[in-house]
Structures are given as C-alpha cells and as structure tokens.
Design a protein around this ligand. Structure first.
Ligand code: SF4
Length: 337
C-alpha cells in the first residue's frame, strides 16, 4: 500500500531532511541534603544529518542521552543549546502553536506501549486523535484509523476495543498506527521493542522495516542493543555519555568498528553460529558508565577503555573521519582506519 505522504523515490536521497547541530541538553542537579548538586549534561554537542528516506540507529547504554536526543528532535523536550532543522527550516525555538503544521510530519513511537496509550480511550479514539487535532472530521478520522490498523497488521474490526484487550506487541502496533496517522515524514522510535517479549521483538522490527520501505519514512531508531537496529538501519550512531563516539554506514560500523566502545558493544551481540559464538573474543568493559553529572576528563570513555593511553586522560578526541570517509569516530587511536 502506498502512503499519500510517501515521497517519490527520487526525493529520498541526497538532501538532509533533518539537520542536528551541537544539540545539548542540561538538566538541573537534584537537591541533596539541602544543596543543589551539579547539573547533568545528558546530551553534549550532538550533530548529524538524516537524509529523506534514511534510517539511523542511535545506540548506547541506558543513560547515554539517546532518548533525550530523540525527544528533542520532535520538540517533546526543549534543547539547552544547538539547533534542529527540519526540511531546511530551523524549528529549535518555533512556538508550539506555530509548529502545528510541521508537527504532523514529526512523530514518535514510545518504549512502553501500555504507558503511552490512554487506557480509557478506544483504539479508534487513540489513533484518530492526531488527525482530529489537525482538523479532520470524526468520520474521516475513524475511516483513516481503520486503514491504519490494517496497515500495522491489526484487525480494523477492533477499533472499539481498549488497550488492555491487546497483547504487548499488538499495543505497540497501535502506538505505531497512531504515530503514522498524520502521514509523518520523520518518525523517532524510542526503544520501540525493549519492553516487549523477545519472541515479539522481531515482528515489530520487521513491521517497522516494512513501513519504512513502503512509506518512504525517515526513521531514527533509538535502541540500547546494536543487534536490534541492524536489520532496519542504513547508518548507525553510537552514543556514550551524551556524545556520539562513532557514526557511519551500517556495514563499516558492524564489520569494522573504529571506536573501542563500539567494539565492546558488538562483542556482546550473540552470533547465530554457535561455533563462531564460542570462538569469538568478548570485550568486557570495566565498571558502569560514569555519571553524566561528573564526566571523566579527556576522553570520557578512558576509565573503561582497554586501549586508553596517557593522552586519553587529558585530551578529548573530536569526531574525525576514519578510513574511506563514510564513517567518523571520536578516538585518538581508532581501529580499522
Ligand atoms: Fe580509548 Fe583513548 Fe580512544 Fe578514548 S581516545 S576510546 S580512551 S583509545
């Protein structure tokens, strides 16, 4: 099924639909023993472009700033600094009321389907709501909601049911239908499968991949697990402590990672071949990620990095091209260059 807002194939390449520059989010510190603690820089100067029709996987451990980044892109969170440009227009500080015509093109799929769906509303109401906000009639919105249920693999006859009458995977399909209701061009999927049973995760990933392809969506897929985004994404960005430490084409990043942190994440992904799985080297990182309220000096990965040298403790590495040019890494000693 072709979507009315799907761009023609020729429009899907080349120009950036989304441009993010030096995006930063600082949260005030919590008060402890009556004194404010240090502010937390959850996102620290993130920059990337996303071409129309492209899928970028944004990956990293819990607390690395990836979900905060996703929320700023769709203006669910206000950035502390930096810019977000959508389709050539800076939307960083556009008032929410004036953003409404653009908002229909910026949608989000949330991690916990039950928490993100109003339990008292019917599926018809949940999926129609974005259309009603955009000025659709109730009858037209209901018709569209039925089409959307069909699109995401649910029975359109179930429009008058409530979220608790669906399984977790089905509830996430409802969340996806709602996100697609207004024909968005950019969808941010924030850990869309991490709250689901493993057996259901692949079905939802396959659904997102099909929808991305059929509708020509531009997709930012946020996940803590590199194996989850592998099937869907064209490019991958790996975040650590609020910064992108490696970004590049999927093949480069998965087959020849440049940053030690990417290598460690990939070494934890199970291999389908049991012999290869037994033989491969696991890179075990030391300790937990440091607090973003007190990031280490120099390269913030240095306390856990198996390759750290003296310069790593004092000088912060910038993102720089490694190898052929389709990938950048923030490391003084990148591999696979
Ligand atoms: Fe490791 Fe040094 Fe590279 Fe940081 S800059 S990732 S500490 S080798």
């Amino acid at each position: 099924m072709s979507h009315p807002n799907a761009p023609a194939p020729a429009e899907r390449t080349g120009t950036a639909l989304l441009s993010v520059r030096d995006l930063t989010k600082t949260f005030p510190g919590r008060r402890r023993l009556g004194r404010p603690s240090a502010p937390v820089r959850a996102v620290d100067g993130v920059s990337f472009d996303l071409a129309a029709g492209e899928t970028l996987g944004l990956v990293g451990e819990s607390g690395c700033g990836k979900s905060t980044t996703g929320r700023m892109l769709v203006r669910l969170l206000e950035p502390t600094a930096g810019t977000v440009a959508f389709d050539g227009r800076d939307i960083t500080h556009v008032a929410q009321r004036r953003l409404r015509p653009t908002r229909r093109h910026l949608q989000m799929i949330f991690q916990d389907p039950y928490a993100s769906l109003n339990p008292r509303q019917t599926v018809a109401r949940i999926v129609s709501e974005p259309l009603l906000i955009q000025g659709s009639s109730v009858a037209a919105a209901r018709r569209r909601a039925a089409e959307l249920l069909d699109l995401v693999g649910l029975d359109p006859e179930h429009l008058d049911r409530h979220p608790h009458q669906f399984s977790g995977g089905q509830a996430q399909r409802i969340g996806i239908a709602r996100a697609l209701a207004t024909g968005p061009r950019l969808v941010v999927a924030d850990e869309p499968v991490s709250a689901l049973d493993v057996s259901v995760q692949a079905q939802i990933v396959n659904l997102l991949e099909r929808l991305q392809r059929e509708l020509g969506l531009t997709l930012l897929f946020v996940a803590h697990d590199l194996s989850v985004v592998k099937r869907v994404c064209d490019r991958v960005a790996v975040m650590y402590l609020g910064r992108i430490v490696e970004i590049g084409d999927k093949r480069d990043v998965y087959e020849a990672p440049a940053h030690p942190y990417t290598r460690a994440l990939l070494s934890a992904v199970p291999l389908p071949d049991p012999v290869a799985e037994r033989r491969r080297e696991r890179i075990v990182l030391l300790g937990d990620p440091p607090s973003p309220a007190a990031p280490p000096s120099g390269c913030s990965f240095h306390p856990r990095c198996p390759k750290a040298q003296e310069i790593c403790r004092t000088r912060r590495p910038a993102l720089a091209v490694v190898g052929s040019g389709a990938r950048e890494a923030a490391c003084h000693f990148p591999e696979n260059g």
